[in-house]
Write a protein that binds this ligand. Structure first.
Ligand code: PLP
Length: 384
């Protein structure tokens, strides 16, 4: 049996002395929560994405929660999103008292299409949340037309897609997108996220909701202190980012282009070598102009001589010291949703087909082409 010497995780953040020094400086400065570092990180994000406004938050999940609240999504409303996504979006829709409606995905890009979303529209639909899967981008133009035609909001789950581009736009440049800085994502702040938007009213509302619903004037925001007299304009949450996280994020953002280039090189080598393994089917690339940020390298395990299912395949790779990930198990197949919405099982064929077969291979900037060779060798060994 082929076994790699050292365990290769499927993801690992790239943290150097630059990040460690930046964080240490904040720790020594006497101001560690939301402050000047957060403002600097917001400005850097706005510039990087050619966006209008950026708000840094404690997670992407927090951003989605604030967004649903800001749009007033609640009982009686429907929100269209894929079921093949991270559970947080669907949980939040459910927690707001609204109904998640799952659009099926394209079998080979894992993303919703205008047609699949259109077939889910009702007069209760309030919001569409496509996911830019794995760092590729959803076909936004037809989705935007559909949303504006029906006067429905559209918000991009861009947790995988900082640095991705759609046609001549960078994600975040137009509309509203939410990024995640969880450690497995393309850049990290430990935990963290950001909402980027071209909508000034939404910006104002989210800034208020993210910190207890306090009215904070421009001077306060600039100084990042809050006057003790600030008062509640509406009940809000506590989803602000800390300066410790923002200092880490600022250094990471400087390296994002380099990270994406490293990922793209590894991905292209995977694509080349996977031609040798017919039991694994990689995803299809976008048919429209786009830049992939290669957050994940996903394959689907097809029928194979060994009769391995996906879970056994992941287990076999682990025995050979190769880590893998599963992004994602369809949400409607998980216990709560299975029990509360049993009628959905069997209605999302492309989602269910992929949910059983997908597997994320190791991909992170500090990996080498030799690491990819080990993965390929281990896969061949499992399947032969
Ligand atoms: C990671 C992720 C999120 C949530 O991000 P957090 O920062 O962990 O809240 C949301 N959607 C998708 C598709 C993700 O992968």
């Amino acid at each position: 049996m082929f076994k790699r010497q050292q365990f290769l995780p499927f993801s690992k953040p790239s943290i150097s002395d630059k990040e460690i020094d930046a964080v240490s400086e904040v720790l020594r400065s006497g101001w560690i929560t939301t402050g000047a570092q957060c403002t600097a990180f917001e400005n850097a994000l706005t510039e990087y994405c050619s966006a209008k406004h950026s708000i840094v938050l404690s997670s992407a999940t927090a951003g989605m929660h604030l967004l649903l609240k800001a749009l007033g999504i609640g009982p009686g409303d429907e929100v269209i999103t894929p079921s093949l996504t991270w559970v947080s979006t669907v949980n939040l829709i459910e927690l707001c008292g609204a109904k998640p409606v799952f659009a099926d995905i394209d079998r080979d890009t894992l993303m919703v299409t205008k047609e699949s979303v259109e077939s889910c529209l009702t007069d209760r639909t309030r919001l569409i949340i496509p996911v830019h899967y794995a760092g590729a981008v959803a076909d936004l133009d037809p989705l935007r037309s559909l949303a504006s035609e029906h006067e429905i909001a559209l918000v991009e789950d861009a947790a995988h897609a900082i640095g991705s581009e759609y046609r001549d736009e960078r994600i975040g440049q137009r509309g509203t997108a939410i990024f995640s800085f969880h450690p497995i994502k393309n850049i990290t702040t430990g935990e963290g996220g950001a909402l980027v938007t071209d909508n000034p009213d939404l910006t104002e509302r989210i800034r208020r909701l993210k910190f207890h619903g306090l009215g904070v004037d421009a001077f306060d925001r600039q100084m990042q202190g809050r006057s003790p007299q600030a008062e509640v304009l509406e009940p809000g949450y506590k989803y602000n980012m800390t300066d410790i996280s923002a200092a880490l994020g600022l250094e990471q953002l400087k390296k994002l282009e380099y990270f994406i280039n490293c990922r793209a090189e590894l991905a292209s080598y995977y694509q080349h070598r996977l031609l040798e393994i017919e039991e694994l089917s990689p995803l299809k690339e976008n048919s429209y102009p786009a830049r992939h940020s290669w957050h994940l390298f996903i394959v689907r395990l097809l029928a194979n001589r060994k009769g391995l299912d996906r879970n056994q395949f992941m287990e076999e790779l682990k025995r050979r010291n190769i880590g893998t990930g599963l992004h994602f198990r369809a949400v409607h197949e998980q216990k709560f949703y299975r029990e509360n919405r049993p009628e959905l099982i069997g209605t999302l064929p492309n989602t269910e087909w992929n949910s059983e077969r997908i597997c994320s291979l190791p991909l992170f900037p500090d990996m080498t082409l030799d690491d990819v060779k080990d993965v390929i060798e281990a896969i061949k060994d499992c399947l032969s």
